[in-house]
Design a protein around this ligand. Structure first.
Ligand code: SF4
Length: 542
C-alpha cells in the first residue's frame, strides 16, 4: 500500500515488509531505511507474527473457544509434548517453533493448527504434526441445501459473481447503488452492526479522495464465514467491494486479510489479477471513466486489528491500536483520507442486493434486523459448518434441525454466540431468535455469528479461564482498565473464593466496562456475566 503515503510512509511500509521475511533486528532495519528505531520497534513488538520466536518450521496451534471446546485445551499440551517445544518458544537448534494463536478459522473441525501455511485439524492433531497420522484439512461444510429449508440470500455462492457490475459501472450511477443498499437496510456483519448506506453517505460528505477497505481480519473465534468467502468466492467479495467503491466514488481499495488465513490471502490476490485481466478492475472500466485499483494486504497476527480504527493504524505501518472517535474513519481514515471499512461478509451481500433489489433483502429477517446472516456452527455439532439463515431464526432450529444437536449424543451445556466479546446462552434459551436485540437481553451479542457449542464435560470455571486467557492475550494494552483488568480478572479465576473476592470481581468488571477505550474492553465484562449466568458461577454475577 505504498503509493498513498509520503516518503516516510513508504520507508515504513518497506521496513515492515522486511520484518516479515528477515531475521534482522528492528533497529537495524530502521537504520537501513533511515527511520527512527521506534518506528519499526513499535510494530515489531506489537504483532505476534513479528514478536513470536520462529524456527525453520513454525506451527501455530489454535487455543480459541471452538478448539478448546473440542478437547478442553489438551491438544496444545499434546502438540508441545509431541514436538518437544513449549508454546511461545523455539527449539534450541532452531528447527521448530510453536505459537498458540486464537482462531485459524477451522472451528468446524478443531482442534486445528497451521504448519507453516498448511492447515491440519482433528482429534489426532499432535500425531498429524509428528507425521504419525495422515494430515486432514476438511473443507468448510456449507449448508444452504439442508433438508430443512434454509432461506438464503445467495451469499454462499448461489449466483455468478460479476453479473451486476458491468451494467452498473457502464450505465448506472452511484446513487443507484446507494438507493438499493439503503432500501436493503443492510447493516455491517462484522459485529458493530452499523447501517452500511449511512456509512457510505458519511464518506461521500467529505470531498477528499476516498478509500474503501474490505475487512477480512476475521479474528472472532468461532466464525469462519469470511475465510470461506475469500477462499471459495473471492470474486463475489471483489464485486461487492467494487460496488461499494463505485457508490462512494473511491478509486482505491484495500482487501485486508489476516495472516492466519494464508489461502484466503493467496486467493484474493489471484482474484484481483483475474478481475484486472477480465476488465472488471483497472482504468476507465467499460468506458465509464471510473477506475479502480485494489491492493491485497496481509495482517501480522493481532485480534484487535479487526477493529476498524486499529486496522487503519496497522495499514499505515503503526501498532494496530484503536483510535479515539471522533473523528470517524469516514472523515479522517487511512492516511487522513475519508475511508469506508466494510466487513467481507457485508460486501458479499451487495451483489445479491443489486441483482434482486434492496426491498427483497429487507423483506427477510425481523422488522428491526433484516436480511440473512451466516451462522458458523462449531465442531461439537453433529453437522458443523456454515449456514446462511434469516436473522431471527430460532436457535433451536440452528442447533437441533440444522446442526443435528451435539455429536456422540453429548449434552449441550452452553452456546457461545458472537465470539469472546459476544456472550453465552444456555440450553433452556434455545427458543430465542438469532438476533442482536434478543441476545442483548441475555447480555450477549450476535457479533460475527459464530456459534460455539460446549458440552457438559467442561466445567464453567474452565470455560471462564479460556475467556480470560483470550482477554489477556488479545488486549492491545493501550488503556489501563482493559490491560490491567484482563490480568486481574484472569488471576481471580484461580484464586480460591474469599470474602472480598466478589467485590473485587465487580470492581474489575465495572472499571473495564466503563473505562475502556474500545469495544474489546467494554464487552468482556458482559461476556463474563453471561457465562456466569449460564454456568451459575454466582461469584461473577453482580
Ligand atoms: Fe486496547 Fe483494550 Fe483499550 Fe481496546 S479497550 S484500546 S483493546 S487496551
Amino acid at each position: 500500500f505504498l503509493r498513498y503515503g509520503d516518503r516516510f510512509q513508504r520507508s515504513l511500509a518497506a521496513a515492515i515488509n522486511m520484518l516479515r521475511s528477515s531475521d534482522t533486528v528492528p533497529a537495524e532495519i530502521a537504520r537501513s531505511f533511515g527511520l527512527p528505531a521506534a518506528a519499526v520497534a513499535g510494530p515489531a513488538s506489537f504483532f505476534a507474527d513479528f514478536s513470536a520466536p520462529r524456527g525453520r518450521r513454525h506451527i501455530r496451534v489454535c487455543g480459541a473457544a471452538a478448539c478448546f471446546a473440542a478437547t478442553g485445551g489438551r491438544h496444545v499440551a499434546e502438540v508441545e509434548e509431541a514436538l518437544g517445544v513449549g508454546a511461545g518458544n523455539r527449539s534450541m537448534d532452531g528447527a521448530v517453533s510453536v505459537q498458540e494463536v486464537r482462531c485459524l478459522g477451522y472451528c468446524f473441525s478443531g482442534p486445528a493448527a497451521l504448519d507453516g501455511e498448511t492447515a491440519c485439524a482433528g482429534a489426532d492433531l499432535a500425531a498429524q504434526l509428528q507425521g504419525l497420522a495422515p494430515r486432514r484439512t476438511p473443507p468448510v461444510p456449507v449448508h444452504n441445501d439442508s433438508p430443512v429449508p434454509v432461506v438464503t440470500a445467495g451469499l454462499l455462492g448461489a449466483s455468478e459473481p460479476w453479473s451486476t457490475w458491468p451494467n452498473i459501472v457502464a450505465s448506472g450511477t452511484s446513487e443507484d447503488v446507494l438507493r438499493q443498499v439503503d432500501a436493503a437496510r443492510l447493516s455491517g456483519r462484522g459485529g458493530a452492526g452499523f447501517r452500511v448506506g449511512t456509512k457510505w453517505r458519511a464518506a461521500l460528505a467529505h470531498p477528499a479522495a476516498r478509500v474503501v477497505v474490505a475487512n477480512g481480519d476475521e479474528g472472532d473465534p468461532g466464525s469462519f464465514v469470511d475465510r470461506l468467502l475469500m477462499e471459495r468466492d473471492p470474486h463475489r467479495v471483489l464485486e461487492g467491494l467494487a460496488l461499494a467503491c463505485f457508490a462512494v466514488r473511491a478509486e482505491n481499495a484495500v482487501v485486508f486479510v489476516r495472516s492466519e488465513y494464508p489461502q484466503a490471502f493467496a486467493r484474493m490476490q489471484e482474484a484481483v489479477l483475474e478481475a484486472q485481466a477480465s476488465g472488471h478492475l483497472g482504468t476507465d472500466i467499460q468506458g465509464s471513466c471510473f477506475s479502480l485499483e485494489i491492493d491485497v494486504v496481509e495482517g501480522a497476527g493481532s485480534y484487535i486489528s479487526g477493529e476498524e480504527t486499529a486496522l487503519l493504524s496497522g495499514l499505515e505501518g503503526l501498532r494496530a491500536v484503536p483510535r479515539p472517535r471522533p473523528p470517524y474513519p469516514t472523515e479522517h481514515g487511512l492516511h487522513g483520507r475519508p475511508t469506508v471499512v466494510n466487513n467481507v461478509e457485508t460486501l458479499g451481500a451487495i451483489p445479491w442486493i443489486m441483482q434482486h433489489g434492496g426491498a427483497a433483502y429487507s423483506a427477510m429477517g425481523t422488522p428491526d434486523e433484516v436480511g440473512t446472516v451466516v451462522a458458523c456452527l462449531s465442531e461439537r455439532f453433529l453437522r458443523p459448518g456454515a449456514y446462511e439463515v434469516e436473522i431471527g431464526t430460532p436457535f433451536r432450529r440452528l442447533v437441533e434441525d440444522l446442526g443435528g444437536g451435539l455429536r456422540d449424543g453429548a449434552t449441550l451445556r452452553a452456546l457461545q454466540i458472537g465470539g469472546p466479546l459476544g456472550g453465552f446462552i444456555g440450553p433452556e434459551d434455545l427458543d430465542v431468535p438469532f438476533s442482536d436485540a434478543t441476545l442483548s437481553r441475555y447480555g450477549a451479542a450476535l457479533g460475527h455469528a459464530g456459534v460455539v457449542a460446549f458440552d457438559d464435560t467442561l466445567a464453567g470455571e474452565d470455560v471462564l479461564r479460556n475467556l480470560w486467557d483470550f482477554a489477556v492475550a488479545e488486549s492491545c494494552g493501550q488503556c489501563s482498565p482493559c490491560r490491567v483488568g484482563a490480568w486481574r480478572g484472569r488471576a481471580l479465576v484461580d484464586r480460591p473464593g474469599g470474602p472480598g473476592d466478589r467485590g473485587e470481581r465487580d470492581q474489575v468488571l465495572r472499571s473495564m466496562a466503563v473505562g475502556s477505550l474500545c469495544a474489546f474492553g467494554r464487552r468482556v465484562p458482559a461476556a463474563v456475566r453471561s457465562l456466569a449466568r449460564v454456568y451459575r458461577l454466582d461469584g461473577w454475577l453482580p
